[in-house]
Design a protein around this ligand. Sequence first.
Ligand SMILES: Nc1ncnc2c1ncn2[C@@H]1O[C@H](COP(=O)(O)OP(=O)(O)OP(=O)(O)O)[C@@H](O)[C@H]1O
Ligand SMILES: [Mg+2]
Length: 315
Amino acid sequence: MIEVSHLTKHYPGRVAVDDVSFAVSPGEIVGFLGPNGAGKSTTMRILAGYLPATGGVVRVADHDVAEEPIEVRRRIGYLPENCPLYGEMRVDEYLRFRARLKGVPRAKVPARIVEVKERCGIADVGNRIIGQLSKGYRQRVGLAETLVHDPDLLILDEPTIGLDPNQIRLVRGLIAELAERHTILLSTHILSEVEMTCKRVLIIHKGRIVASDTPDRLRRRMTGEASVIAEIAGPRGEVEPALRGISGVADVQAEGGDAWVRYMLRAPRDEDPRPAIAALAAQRGWPLRELHREAATLEDIFVNLTQTDEAEAQP
Ligand SMILES: Nc1ncnc2c1ncn2[C@@H]1O[C@H](COP(=O)(O)OP(=O)(O)OP(=O)(O)O)[C@@H](O)[C@H]1O
Ligand SMILES: [Mg+2]
């Protein structure tokens, strides 16, 4: 559905997208993750046929974006960042205008508008002026617009940005529903959003793809080592060296408290020191109130892969 090969985009004095290649198959829901300035919006704009690339080939819905941008735009639903709407228009008016522009046959327009308003939870604001709606509603009008010509592929640039938690839930639910019938490429900063909705994640950093995998496998890739957390009440000067003495424990850090001390241990994934810690505490009579292993989160992975956040500092 999307084939990107060796895509580059230069702005004056700045490389925004640097030799990026990836593909999205029909029916896939792919999350596009990256810190500010990584090149997400630039890539999406090129995919949607709104911005020319400097180099590389992009095919979307079986059309070359550079050669047939109009064909591409008809086949995809693109929700831009800071979705620009015609603020002075009424919602129905706007959706009608956009539907016609996207080639929906006149006779089918009213039914399409009813359907997308229903899906996006804006059935009751058809007569309102867009500029007078709240941000969340405007975002949903934007989503309705991306769906109005019933495209197979949706390219959504941060669809939940600026929404309150209730609205985020609504929009997320809507995306999950759309995922049943559409191919979706979705950019976001919200990692839980990716975990909930996406089967695969592309992580972009400084214009380059640094990872492409399922959230699960990404997590596993990170967890060659696991952290073990133990909270023990005992003399720190005795507990700490005793913990270090346990087989497989690579590193111990202690934190806090007069009575309860929180120890963070690192251990290889295949060696679980928890039984030995429990036994040690019991043997020495040190109260133990917490003992668990922490898997790496998508956030750990994201931070690990994109730590140097200096995209804006490029000359
Ligand atoms: N019109 C432009 N002219 C010059 N540089 C630009 C332009 N648009 C974007 N850039 C630069 O290109 C790089 C990529 O920007 P882009 O908007 O694609 O990032 P992003 O991943 O969408 O970031 P964010 O998460 O903040 O939306 C940034 O360094 C940005 O400053
Ligand atoms: Mg962006």
